[in-house]
Ligand binder design. Structure first.
Ligand code: NAP
Length: 298
């Protein structure tokens, strides 16, 4: 499987596609906004005019798009993958979407004698560029075996789940940690500022303690510098919190902490921070407390 189709060249998709090119794979790419494909075309990737055309040309298709609606569109839309698919083709979606979507698509592909796997990822664009994503993959085991070497170019750890929705759910559980951790850190920054404890000191003490997590240090640094350039959009964080809450509701599981977290991300999007990094939720907590970034504290 040296010829791969790749759809969705956003923050994550582009470095993933570049890594596959670097590893010697021949890529056929499509992106809704064609200009974003230019850097890849300059490096030898072939352009396709639609997901359907990608499917005509590739036996393995990877996708990395925003949400369930985008995935449905590229799979089942009027120029979607399913229109051009041939038997034995494998579509591996790596986006964060709903369990209903992945289960539905798995059935639709099976009816066409093709396979749909879900392989959502943990990690940001840097880890994508370095092949250090963590991948949760679910679906047909034979299809997984066939595409595993390609997934290993993108991720250095892979966990396989037999039922597709287990992989989908695992990603939603992982992202509920991310949403909670960023708010725990943000509220500590705001509280600390008010009482005269600097972010630097807080991060240093966290680093020396059992409370630390690598994410606290990396996000702590960018929040301290007030760098909210998007690595992961606030609107995508809200999407994932909503997906987790909906999936938990269907499973009859209350997620009381995540429900509170949701309100803060809704506020962040309502305040206009949707296109910034999700760590911009710090500004919501600052506004709630009336704390300014300059405040030196008591
Ligand atoms: N950023 C991260 O750190 C990170 C980490 C792990 C997982 N994820 C997940 O990975 C996925 C992609 O995230 P990202 O950060 O790369 O987002 P992004 O930069 O917004 O990229 C989204 C991609 O989806 C495409 N798209 C959106 N709606 C579409 C539609 N209706 N039809 C066709 N294509 C459509 C976009 O096309 P256009 O270029 O035309 O807009 C773009 O290529 C999301 O599910 C996200 O939750 C992100």
């Amino acid at each position: 499987m040296r010829d791969i189709g790749f759809i969705g060249l956003g923050i994550m998709g582009r470095p993933m596609a570049e890594r596959l090119l670097d590893a010697g794979y021949a890529l056929t790419v499509f992106n809704r906004t064609p200009q974003k494909a230019e850097p890849l075309r300059a490096r030898g990737a072939q352009w396709a005019h639609s997901p359907e055309e990608v499917a005509h040309r590739s036996a393995l298709i990877l996708t990395m798009v925003s949400d369930s609606a985008a995935l449905e569109e590229i799979a089942r839309g009027p120029e979607g993958i399913l229109r051009g698919i041939r038997p034995n083709t494998i579509h591996v979606d790596m986006s964060t979407v709903s369990p209903e979507t992945t289960e539905r698509l798995e059935r639709a592909y099976r009816e066409r004698e093709a396979a749909f796997l879900h392989a959502p990822v943990l990690g940001n664009w840097r880890q994508a560029a370095e092949g250090k994503l963590l991948i949760f993959v679910g679906g047909d085991p034979q299809a997984y075996q066939r595409c595993e070497p390609v997934l290993r170019v993108l991720g250095h750890r892979i966990w396989y789940f037999e039922r597709i929705a287990q992989a989908t759910h695992m990603k939603l559980i992982a992202n509920s940690f991310i949403a909670g951790m960023i708010l725990t850190l943000a509220q500590a920054f705001v509280f600390g500022r008010r009482v005269g404890i600097s972010p630097d000191r807080l991060l240093e003490i966290l680093d020396a303690s059992a409370l630390n997590a690598p994410m606290y240090q990396s996000k702590g640094r960018t929040m301290r510098e007030r760098n909210f350039r998007p690595n992961f959009y606030t609107r995508h964080m809200l999407k994932d919190v909503d997906l987790a809450l909906e999936a938990a509701r269907r499973a009859n599981v209350p997620l009381p902490v995540l429900s509170v977290i949701r309100e803060l991300f809704v506020t962040a999007v309502a305040r206009g921070f949707g296109e910034e990094d999700y760590s911009a939720v710090l500004k919501v907590l600052e506004e709630m407390a009336g704390v300014t970034p300059q405040e030196q504290g008591a």
